[in-house]
Write a new protein. Structure first.
Length: 333
């Protein structure tokens, strides 16, 4: 339900309450003036709708002209990897003075304030062979928002494979990583091979029991197109557990950015430190040390992605109250 539908339903409840209990009591209960009540009633009689009126976006005094906006978009096509400062410099060479802050603000409004968004924009225009239009910008925004975000625990779990290294006496070590995109609760398992057996074991032995113990359901996983995730036995396992498989576009790992960032965090905070102070003789010994770090990550280390003031991943995973409600409200408005 969108924010507009919530407002319409609330206004309907107000009018129904007024018919049942009178206007005075309705205005007192809902905390509005009689003037507002009569305006809403008049709107319903004249238009048959209680939807809020859309206001025209105000024209700011420091807003640049449409022609200058087109120049910025032309620079985006010519130099998609440049930043606002270089765009400002290129415009100054043409005798046009626009600050880098102003350029960044307009790129953000276009949905092109990140490099990968500008590259997707360039790729999309080449595919369509069309000029710069508002419609194409909306298409690019949609393409860039395809990076799925979990709305509740278990909705989407990002899974990826990470090559740890080749340890003396142990051999090659691969880490299969999973992170709940809503709560940012993370899991990691170490394996000696990168194949379907490892990914199936990770889902069945690590992910599914954790969600079961927290009365949550693993609904879907988000992976790349590696052979360990696209094989027949792995697909059959997902079908048996009724788990939806989401795949990111080929060559675009940023669409699974949460999992990529989680792997970098483990690499920076765990492996870099542990490999300098300890010598691991076996894979279970390294897994035990990794499990201790994951307890710290999930139960003690605050995460500032879902909530700007910081929240523990375990609190979001198990919470059914205010934290998730705030997150749902932001996503639905």
């Amino acid at each position: 339900m969108t924010q507009q539908q919530l407002i319409v339903n609330t206004r309907k409840n107000l009018l129904i309450f007024a018919e049942r209990h009178g206007i005075t009591k309705a205005c007192s209960t809902f905390g509005i003036s009689r003037t507002t009540y009569y305006k809403l009633k008049k709107q319903l009689v004249e238009t048959g709708s209680l939807e809020p009126k859309l206001k025209r976006r105000p024209k700011m005094p420091n807003e640049i002209s449409i022609s200058k906006k087109k120049l910025i978009l032309q620079l985006v096509l010519k130099y998609p990897t440049y930043g606002p400062q270089k765009y400002s410099y290129e415009l100054r060479k043409e005798g046009i003075s626009i600050s880098r802050h102003c350029i960044w603000n307009h790129l953000r409004r276009f949905g092109l304030n990140r490099v990968f968004q500008r590259l997707v924009y360039l790729e999309r225009l080449k595919q369509l062979d069309q000029p710069l239009t508002e419609k194409n910008l909306r298409i690019v925004k949609y393409q860039c928002k395809k990076a799925d975000q979990g709305l509740w625990p278990g909705h989407i779990v990002g899974v990826d494979t990470f090559y740890v290294g080749n340890l003396k006496g142990v051999g090659r070590i691969y880490q299969i990583t999973g992170i709940d995109l809503c709560s940012r609760y993370g899991w990691a398992g170490l394996y000696s091979s990168k194949d379907q057996n490892s990914t199936i074991n990770f889902v069945e032995e690590i992910l599914l029991p954790k969600f079961f113990n927290n009365n949550a359901q693993l609904e879907s996983i988000l992976t790349d197109n590696g052979s360990e995730f696209t094989g027949g036995r792995f697909q059959q396992m997902l079908a048996d557990y009724d788990i939806k498989h989401r795949r990111i576009p080929k060559g675009k790992p940023m669409f699974n950015g949460c999992c990529e960032r989680f792997q970098r965090t483990i690499h920076d905070e765990f492996y870099k430190k542990e490999f300098r102070v300890r010598f691991f003789k076996s894979l279970p010994e390294l897994q035990e040390a990794l499990n201790r770090y994951l307890v710290f990550y999930n139960f003690e280390r605050p995460h500032f992605g879902p909530v700007k003031t910081g929240v523990l991943p375990v609190e979001l995973l198990t919470s059914k109250l205010h934290v998730l409600q705030q997150r749902f409200q932001k996503l639905l408005t």
